[in-house]
Design a protein around this ligand. Structure first.
Ligand code: WTA
Length: 651
């Protein structure tokens, strides 16, 4: 029997990289990793200057890092253009005829864009934006399907120094409206519609709704994708294909300062409305470039595929920026993983010979549930490296991914990071780090991670605590757009001069880091970040609702499910019809991704005597069906019995 067949993978399995993989990798031994990591922490100016040299700087920096906690300036004094680095540089270096994006639409249409074609398209869109009056630092909101034009739009903004802010296509009009208001966008780039599981998501219609009453947006550029009927407002709305036909396909990329804002991406926090995470140019470019180079081991002839949507940070850093900065060929796919069936991803890997594949644990669990027969039909032997992101991966899912998809030959890089960190922070390096199911293993270069207890003392091995980062890193967020105070309070106030990630974690004796999950009221549903506060505020905005509390419940496939407890206003009847109405209401206010799995009517919510909802009790209740935790501080213990009765049978 071969070694592969006898290997039973569980949480204790440790797999060392194969000799073949190590030999060709950039970091091929743990000694080399340790040496480089030490240098990156102790002498960041030397380490990062060396990495940054791979990229094109129109003017070199005067200083690699200027740090006055919590404000960092990386590559101070430098001038660069991120788009020029992701596109033009490759044309200049002879990759003009290389495929940059191999795209497949959900209905089966296909397109290949070479680096040279990408350059022409990006230049055209840059010229369109300029013609529409968009200037450096102006915000442009992008609401697009997963088509190459989404990436083109981002790069065109970067090229002219405008700040893109993408809103995921699954968010509703009201969510777009909030983001338009907060960012004061002057232009919008969208499409008529987007294909999803055979149906059309009416993007333009949603946008029209969001734009009602808006007075900052001067132009809306609309890509024709689904040919669904839409309204075009004269003097405001312009077709992408008409506008790009009017302008030249050349544009000179000007250099911007390294701290020039690149994009704002809204993400959920534990309180209030989503926060606009601001990333800047030089450091983010170096961070995404370097992580792709070392973690994904990207080489000239790789075919890389990340299944995320550009609406999330993973799509920013590991579709648009990182891979293009490395000049690789990447696959982009528009639709759902189960359209027309659960074999779609594997058919794409076979057809294009994908070598590096990056997806989320929630997708892996859904594939396992769908059954192996959808995988077995396809030849996946082109794969050489696998990655996961977004949530902890359970050992069973890891084992299936390793054996079934990776054929027992591909290392898995479990990458921990966040919208705020801009690039992967904790991950194996595939040529040297022994991998183990459930752990993101060790910090990347420049990342000084610690796990601290409440008093700020470092936790002992295996003792869980709070994940913090003790030193600035190039791709770190610079602020929350328009709210410096919230930036300091959210991330930098728990421990002096350190970034608090909001995640709980523990380290084993070898230093492998296990992410336990969020410590705050942020849910991770199918790898998507949702704030319980946002869902609660959507609920209480409904006329029937007096009060609401939202918690996460462990879910086999999604990681977490959304569970709502709702107290109705006096006289309102508790009906199933109302539950459906409330679900749809949340879909309308936030987006379909936030629709809860369960809604329970509760005569009252467990509160402390000072009126704070005790979520800890609700979390326990949804996970176990019972409340056994300390209830002595509870204002009215009778609500517990009622709650237990209301969820009986659903836990
Ligand atoms: C979680 C996604 C465990 C974590 C890139 C973090 C993970 C949040 C992992 C950020 C991982 C991300 N293992 N948990 N490999 N990667 N997370 O901003 O809780 O959408 O704080 O960024 O996802 O989610 P975000």
């Amino acid at each position: 029997m071969s070694k592969k067949q006898t290997l039973v993978i569980d949480e204790n399995t440790e797999i060392k990289p194969s000799k073949e993989f190590s030999k060709q990798a950039r970091v091929s031994s743990m000694a080399q990793y340790k040496r480089m990591h030490k240098e990156s922490i102790e002498k960041p100016h030397i380490f990062w200057a060396r990495e940054a040299k791979d990229l094109k700087w129109q003017k070199k920096w005067d200083k690699v890092l200027d740090w006055k906690a919590p404000y960092a300036e990386w590559f101070k004094g430098a001038k660069l253009n991120v788009c020029e680095n992701a596109v033009d540089r490759h044309v200049e270096e002879g990759r003009g005829n290389k495929a940059a994006i191999i795209w497949e639409g959900e209905p089966g249409d296909k397109r290949i864009l070479t680096y040279q074609q990408l350059q022409r398209e990006v230049c055209r869109m840059a010229n369109v934006l300029i013609a529409r009056g968009v200037k450096s630092k102006d915000r442009v909101l992008i609401y697009m399907p997963m088509v190459p034009e989404a990436t083109i739009a981002m790069l065109a903004c970067a090229r002219i120094g405008a700040v893109h802010s993408i809103v995921f296509g699954g968010f509703s009009s009201e969510s777009i409206k909030d983001r338009l208001e907060d960012s004061k966008a002057v232009a919008v780039i969208t499409a008529d519609g987007s294909w999803r599981r055979g149906g059309v998501v009416p993007l333009k219609e949603n946008m029209d709704e969001a734009l009602k009453g808006n007075d900052t947006v001067k132009s809306v550029i609309v890509l024709k994708r689904c040919e669904n009927e839409i309204k075009m407002k004269k003097g405001r709305d312009y077709w992408w294909h008409e506008e790009t036909a009017k302008v030249p396909a050349t544009h000179k990329a000007k250099g911007f300062s390294a701290e020039h804002p690149l994009f704002i991406l809204y993400t959920s926090g534990s309180t209030g409305k989503p926060k606009g995470i601001l990333h800047t140019s030089g450091g983010y470019m170096v961070g995404t470039y370097t992580t792709c180079k070392y973690i994904f081991d990207m080489k000239e002839d790789d075919v890389y595929w990340c299944t995320a949507d550009v609406g999330w940070i993973t799509g920013h850093s590991y579709i648009t920026y990182g891979p293009l900065l490395n000049g690789v060929t990447q696959v982009m796919y528009e639709g759902g993983p189960n359209y027309p069936d659960w074999g779609r991803f594997w058919s794409i890997i076979e057809e294009y010979g994908v070598t590096i594949f990056y997806t989320a644990p929630t997708a892996i669990r859904a594939f396992i549930k769908a059954g192996d027969k959808f995988v077995d039909k396809y030849d996946l032997s082109s794969l050489r490296l696998l990655g996961t992101v977004g949530e902890p991966i359970n050992p069973a899912a890891w084992a299936w991914y390793y054996e079934k998809i990776g054929g027992g030959r591909c290392p898995i890089v479990d990458t921990w990071w966040q919208t705020e960190t801009g690039a992967a922070m904790i991950s194996p390096l595939p040529g040297c780090t022994p991998i183990k199911p459930g752990t993101a293993t060790l910090p990347f270069f420049g990342v000084d991670v610690a796990i601290l207890d409440e008093d700020g003392k470092e936790c002992k091995a295996d003792q869980p605590g709070r994940l913090v980062i003790r030193k600035p890193w190039p791709s770190m967020l610079r602020t929350i757009y328009g709210d410096k105070k919230r930036y300091r309070d959210t991330y930098w106030s728990d421990y002096d001069g350190m970034y608090t990630a909001g995640d709980g974690a523990r380290k084993d004796k070898k230093g492998n880091i296990y992410i336990v999950g969020r410590l705050d009221d942020v849910l991770n549903v199918s790898g998507h970040r949702l704030g319980t506060a946002e869902i609660e505020s959507a609920l209480v905005a409904h006329k029937a609702v007096a009060e609401a509390a939202v918690v996460g419940k462990p879910h086999d496939i999604k990681g977490q499910a959304v569970v709502c407890f709702v107290t109705l206003k006096g006289g309102v009847k508790e009906t199933d019809k109302l539950k459906t109405e409330l679900r749809n209401h949340i879909g309308k206010v936030i987006g379909a991704i936030a629709k809860p799995d369960e809604i329970h009517f509760a005569p009252g919510l467990p509160k402390t005597r000072s009126g704070k909802i005790m979520r800890r009790l609700l979390k326990e209740l949804v996970a176990t069906g019972k409340i056994t935790g300390n209830v002595t501080t509870l204002e009215d213990t009778k609500v517990i019995d009622a709650l237990q009765a209301s969820i009986a049978g659903t836990a």
